[in-house]
Design a protein around this ligand. Structure first.
Ligand code: HEC
Ligand code: HEC
Ligand code: HEC
Ligand code: HEC
Ligand code: HEC
Ligand code: HEC
Ligand code: HEC
Length: 412
C-alpha cells in the first residue's frame, strides 16, 4: 500500500514538473523575456546605422571588466545629476559662490538641485537653473549643465576639488553672464554619445532620449548590438564576432582611439560630426586642431597626452609604445606608484638605460619615476577663479612629455 502510494506520488511529481517545464520553455520561446534577451533595448543609433545597447548588457559575459570599469574616471565623467554624483556642497554656509557683481547660491529642493543667481545692486529676477548633467568625475573638479527644453547650457558655478568649494566656471567673467550654450564641445569628450537635433554643428539642441552618459564600453569598442545578439544566440562561440579586435589594430589606430579626446580640442571638424569617427578609422580625416603655426607654442598639459607623449624620446625611440603600454583602460589606476614604476622598468631595465640620477629629493617618493620625469604641471588652458579676491588658479595636470626636468620642476 505504502509502496503504491509512493510510486503514485513520484509519478505525480514528475508530471507536474514536466508540465512546469513545458510552460517555462513555451513561455521563454514566445514570451517577452526571450524577445528582450535576443533584441536588447537600443539606447541610440550611431550615424553609420549601428545600435548602442549600453554596458549593462555586457555584464553577463564580461563581468570583471564591467565591475572594474564602474570605478573609472571615464565611466563617471558625465552623468545625470543626482545626490550621488554632485560633489559641491548645498549646506548653508558652504553653498555660496560670491563674485564681484554677482552671487550664486546652491539650493536643494526635494530631490533636485538648483543654482540661484542674485545680481548685486540690481533687482532683476533671474529664474533658478537646475543641475541636470554633471561633467567631470571630480578628480580635480566638476562643471554642471542645465536643460532649457532641448537646449543645453553650462552653469556659471563649478566645483573645484582641491579647495572643496564652488568656483567661477573656467572662461566666465566675474559678473553675471548669459548662460553659455553647450554645443557638442564638452559632450564629445565627456560622454559616449549625443545626437544633435540641428543640422548645424553650432547648435546646442540635443535629442535627450539618445544621450549615453559616461565614457562607456561602446565609445571605445563601437556600438555593439550585433555582437551582443550574436553571442547570446551562439553561447558556444568562443571567438568574438561583430566587434573590433583592438589587438589587431596598428599603433596609430590604437592611439587614435584615445586621441579622440586626449589630443587637444580638435575643434575643426572635417567630416561628419564629433561622434562620427569610428574606432579603427583614421581620426585625422574627421577633425584637427587649429594650427597656430607658432613653433614656440607649447602644448598644454590639459587634455593633450597624445601630443606630449608622441614628442617624448620613449615614444619616438620605441616601436610599440601606445597608451595601453602604461594604462589598462578598464581599471582605475590613479596613485598606484608601484604599478606605474613597473611599466617604466619594463623598458628601462638594468643593462639598458637606467636612471642615471644619484641625487634624491626627500620630498619626492624616492621610488616614483614620474615625480621627476612626468611631473604635474600647471595648465595654461584650464584655470578657475576661486572667489572674488583671488587670481585665477591653474589645474595641475601630469605631463606626458617624459623627459629629464630641473629639480625645481619635480613634483608628485
Ligand atoms: C552573450 C555574451 C556576450 C555579451 C553580452 C557581450 N560579449 Fe563581448 N565577447 C563575448 C565573447 C564570447 C567574446 C570572445 C571571448 C573573449 O574575448 O572574452 C567577446 C569578446 C569581446 C571583445 C574582445 C574582442 C577581441 O577579440 O579583441 C570586446 C571588445 C567585447 N567583447 C566587447 C563587448 C561589449 C562592449 C559588450 C556590451 C555592449 C559585449 N562585449 C557583450 C561575448 C559577449
Ligand atoms: C570620449 C573621450 C575619451 C576617450 C575615447 C578616452 N578618454 Fe581618457 N579621459 C577622458 C576624459 C574626459 C577624462 C577625464 C575624466 C574625469 O575625471 O572626468 C579622461 C581621463 C583619463 C585618464 C585619467 C583617469 C583617472 O583616474 O583620473 C586616463 C589614464 C585616460 N583617460 C586614458 C585613456 C586611454 C588610455 C584611452 C584610450 C584607450 C582613453 N583615455 C580614451 C576622455 C576620453
Ligand atoms: C577634447 C576633449 C575635451 C573637451 C572638448 C572637454 N574636455 Fe574636459 N577634460 C578632458 C580630459 C582629457 C580631462 C582630464 C584631465 C586632463 O587631461 O586635462 C578633462 C577634465 C575635465 C574636468 C575635470 C574632471 C575631473 O574629474 O577632475 C572638468 C570639470 C571638465 N573637463 C569639464 C569640461 C567642460 C565643462 C567642457 C566643455 C566646455 C570640457 N570639459 C570639454 C577632455 C575634454
Ligand atoms: C577608454 C576606452 C575603453 C573603454 C571605455 C572600454 N574599453 Fe575594452 N578595451 C580597450 C582597449 C584599448 C583594449 C585593448 C587593450 C590592450 O590592447 O591591452 C580593450 C580590450 C577589451 C577586451 C579584450 C581584452 C580583454 O581584456 O579581455 C574586452 C573583452 C573589452 N575590452 C571589453 C570592454 C567592456 C565590456 C567595456 C565596458 C564595461 C570596455 N571594454 C570599456 C578600450 C576600452
Ligand atoms: C616601451 C618602452 C619604454 C617605456 C615603457 C618607457 N620608456 Fe623611457 N625611453 C624608452 C626609450 C627607447 C628611450 C630612448 C633611449 C634611451 O634613452 O634609453 C627612453 C628615454 C627615456 C628618458 C630620457 C629622455 C630624454 O629626453 O633624454 C627618460 C628620462 C625616460 N625614458 C624615463 C621613462 C619613465 C619615467 C618611464 C615610465 C613612466 C618610461 N621611460 C617608460 C623606452 C621606454
Ligand atoms: C610611459 C607610461 C605612460 C604612457 C605611455 C601613457 N601614460 Fe598616461 N599616465 C601615466 C602615468 C604614470 C600617469 C599618472 C598616474 C597617477 O597620477 O597616478 C598618467 C596619467 C594620465 C592621465 C591623467 C592626467 C592627470 O594629471 O590627471 C591621463 C588623462 C592619461 N594618462 C592619458 C594617457 C593617454 C591618452 C596616453 C596615450 C596617448 C597615455 N596616457 C600614455 C603614464 C603613461
Ligand atoms: C628624484 C628624481 C628622479 C627619480 C625619482 C627618477 N629619476 Fe630618472 N633621472 C633623474 C635625473 C635628474 C636624470 C638625469 C641625470 C643626469 O643626466 O645625470 C635622470 C635620468 C634618467 C634616464 C636617462 C638616463 C640617461 O643617462 O640617458 C632614465 C631612462 C631614467 N632617469 C629613468 C628613470 C626611471 C625608470 C625611474 C624610476 C625607477 C627614475 N628615472 C626615477 C631624476 C630622477
Amino acid at each position: 500500500m505504502a509502496i503504491i502510494n509512493r510510486k503514485f506520488f513520484r509519478n505525480y511529481i514528475m508530471v507536474i514538473m514536466l508540465l512546469g517545464l513545458t510552460t517555462l520553455v513555451f513561455h521563454c520561446k514566445n514570451g517577452t523575456k526571450e524577445s528582450e534577451y535576443f533584441n536588447p533595448q537600443v539606447l541610440a543609433t550611431h550615424g553609420n546605422g549601428e545600435h548602442f545597447v549600453g554596458s549593462k548588457t555586457c555584464m553577463e559575459c564580461h563581468r570583471d571588466i564591467y565591475n572594474a570599469h564602474l570605478n573609472t574616471a571615464h565611466f563617471n565623467s558625465g552623468a545625470i545629476a543626482d545626490s550621488s554624483n554632485i560633489k559641491g556642497s548645498f549646506k548653508e554656509g558652504t553653498n555660496i559662490l560670491d563674485l564681484n557683481a554677482v552671487e550664486f547660491q546652491m539650493l536643494k529642493n526635494g530631490e533636485y538641485f538648483y543654482q540661484h543667481t542674485k545680481i548685486k545692486n540690481r533687482s532683476t529676477e533671474i529664474p533658478p537653473s537646475k543641475f541636470d548633467i554633471v561633467i567631470g568625475s571630480g578628480v580635480r573638479g566638476q562643471s554642471y549643465l542645465t536643460w532649457d527644453n532641448d537646449e543645453l547650457y553650462q552653469l556659471q558655478a563649478s566645483y573645484y576639488t582641491p579647495t572643496d568649494s564652488w568656483v567661477n566656471s573656467p572662461g566666465y567673467p566675474t559678473y553675471y553672464d548669459e548662460p553659455r550654450p553647450i554645443r557638442d564641445a564638452c559632450l564629445k569628450c565627456h560622454i559616449t554619445f549625443a545626437k544633435s537635433v540641428e543640422p548645424s554643428p553650432q547648435g546646442n539642441r540635443f535629442d535627450k532620449s539618445q544621450m549615453i552618459y559616461g565614457i562607456d564600453c561602446e565609445r571605445c569598442h563601437g556600438p555593439s548590438a550585433k555582437h551582443v545578439v550574436f553571442h547570446r544566440e551562439n553561447p558556444e562561440a568562443l571567438e568574438a564576432k561583430f566587434t573590433l579586435k583592438i589587438e589587431g589594430l596598428n599603433r596609430q589606430q590604437r592611439l587614435d582611439l584615445c586621441a579622440q579626446c586626449h589630443s587637444g580640442p580638435r575643434s575643426i571638424v572635417l567630416k561628419g560630426n564629433s561622434f562620427s569617427y569610428f574606432p579603427g578609422e583614421d581620426l585625422n580625416q574627421y577633425s584637427k586642431n587649429v594650427d597656430n603655426s607658432n613653433p614656440d607654442q607649447k602644448l598644454d598639459v590639459h587634455g593633450n597626452q597624445y601630443g606630449l607623449l608622441t614628442s617624448s624620446e620613449c615614444f619616438k625611440q620605441s616601436a610599440t609604445m601606445d597608451c595601453s603600454t602604461c594604462h589598462d583602460p578598464h581599471r582605475k589606476e590613479r596613485g598606484n606608484t608601484d604599478y606605474f614604476n613597473s611599466k617604466c622598468i619594463s623598458c628601462h631595465t638594468e643593462g639598458e638605460t637606467v636612471c642615471s640620477n644619484t641625487v634624491m629629493d626627500k620630498h619626492i617618493k624616492a621610488n616614483s619615476c614620474i615625480s621627476c620625469h612626468m611631473p604635474t604641471t600647471p595648465s595654461q588652458a584650464m584655470m578657475v577663479q576661486l572667489d572674488r579676491d583671488s587670481l585665477e588658479t591653474s589645474f595641475n595636470i601630469r605631463t606626458h612629455l617624459i623627459a629629464i626636468y630641473n629639480k625645481d620642476m619635480w613634483r608628485d
